[in-house]
Design a protein. Structure first.
Length: 418
């Protein structure tokens, strides 16, 4: 029985460095996504290429700390230009981001092309910053990336309360006396730092995905900020580990793109299977609401036919005709009501079998009629308070609004139904 192949030292170094970057990018990116600063990170990412090339031209060195410092300077400069364009012109945010992104990336490509054309010594391999170059990481480089990632996460954790407040309600934060602009810039700077740190792992083209995909995937699973941060970090960590392992097993498979693809796969699974926001869960909820609505309509029609006599009977055809007839959803609702004994047959087996409402069915139909009447009244008297809460499944009005004895409706402190 042959032993499993040993993991090489270089692979362990890459695993350590990229995993730290993946975790840090997921955590820092969470607040960036919540604050709607993902595109600003993309602009910073594309500017890093110019910083790498500029740092090499100015210093003649190509060690990782020097190149990352140049990338950070370029990223911060790009964000400064972005803010200047937004404030001093009438340019929209998306257009300003596109301008900074395109111009800065173009400058980087021109600088790299010029370096290659001149044949400067030691310039070989700089173009690998486009797609990442994890194979060239040394133990010192991995430790540097891990240290910066840990520092960024620690700084965010120290200012988590303020950053969360600014991300969700900047107007309230400003009214409470918090320096919203300074906190906002600090958050963007942390995103830029993680973009720069992620350069060796994913390159200038794909690095933004490391700070965007894990938080977006994590957001599908939770509503709590602290849980979101931890889960996004774990997703980034898992994506990094699996991506590095896959590139180590398959020859000539680029590590950076694999990490991004694994993160995208996790997002796809989250999008499908998340228990609350996943596509399957939402489809199931929509079908459940539609079934409840059709069952309620059927009960209301049966109650109208039975009038005030709870022992009165009706036929299925009469109920269908009252609802418009020919609707296949009514047939499904009828069978569902019969299964849970909201309606029961009186003359089973006859050509036009007659049915009656049971006690539970009559109570349910009466409650639905009461809710409909209450909602009609509320919408007529206080539409602005009620309309945003009204859903197809007709929640009890008391759950949303408090209707006073004088007939006016006033809003009460309850959350919106999800």
């Amino acid at each position: 029985m042959s032993a499993a192949p040993a993991i090489s030292y270089n692979t362990l170094v890459v695993l350590f460095g990229v995993a730290a970057v993946g975790f840090g990018a997921g955590v820092i990116g969470s607040l960036g996504v919540l604050r709607k600063r993902a595109l600003a990170g993309d602009a910073a990412a594309h500017a890093t290429l110019a910083g790498v090339a500029g740092a090499f031209v100015l210093t003649g060195r190509r060690d990782l700390p020097t190149l990352l410092l140049g990338a950070l300077v370029a990223a911060v400069a790009a964000l400064g230009v972005l803010v200047l364009i937004r404030r001093q012109t009438r340019t929209r945010d998306d257009a300003a981001t596109a301008i900074v992104l395109g111009v800065s990336f173009g400058v980087g490509i021109v600088l790299l092309s010029g370096i290659t054309a001149r044949g400067l010594p030691g310039a070989g391999g700089l173009e690998q910053f486009l797609m990442g170059h994890t194979a060239a990481l040394t133990a010192g480089d991995a430790a540097l990336l891990a240290g910066i990632s840990a520092l960024a996460v620690g700084l965010l954790w120290l200012g988590l309360k303020e950053a969360t407040l600014v991300a969700f309600d900047p107007a309230f934060a400003a009214a409470s006396g918090w320096p919203v602009t300074a906190i906002d810039y600090a958050l963007i700077t942390l995103v830029a730092v993680m973009v720069v740190v992620g350069l060796p792992a994913a390159g200038a083209v794909l690095v933004t995905a490391l700070v965007v995909i894990p938080p977006v995937a994590a957001r599908l699973w939770t509503d709590r900020v602290t849980t979101l941060l931890v889960l996004a970090g774990i997703i980034g960590l898992v994506a990094a580990l699996v991506g590095v392992a896959a590139s180590a097993v398959v020859p000539r498979l680029a590590t950076g793109p694999m990490v991004v693809l694994v993160a995208a796969l996790i997002f796809g699974l989250s999008f499908l299977f998340s228990p609350r926001r996943g596509w399957l869960a939402r489809r199931s909820q929509e079908r459940s609401v539609e079934r409840a609505w059709n069952e309620g309509r059927t009960l209301s029609a049966a109650l109208a036919l039975a009038t005030d006599d709870p022992t009165a009977t009706f036929t299925r055809e009469a109920v269908a005709a009252r609802l418009g007839g020919g609707d296949p959803r009514v047939a499904g609702a009828w069978h569902a009501l019969a299964r849970r004994q909201a309606i029961m047959p009186v003359a089973d087996g006859a050509e036009h079998a007659r049915w009656r409402l049971t006690a539970s069915g009559g109570d349910e139909a009466g409650e639905r009629g009461r809710r409909l009447a209450a909602w009609d009244r509320i919408l007529a008297e206080s539409p602005e308070d009620a309309r945003s809460f009204l859903t197809i499944d007709l929640p009890a009005p008391e759950e949303v609004l408090d209707v006073s004895s004088t007939g006016s409706a006033r809003r009460v402190a309850v959350g919106r139904p999800s």
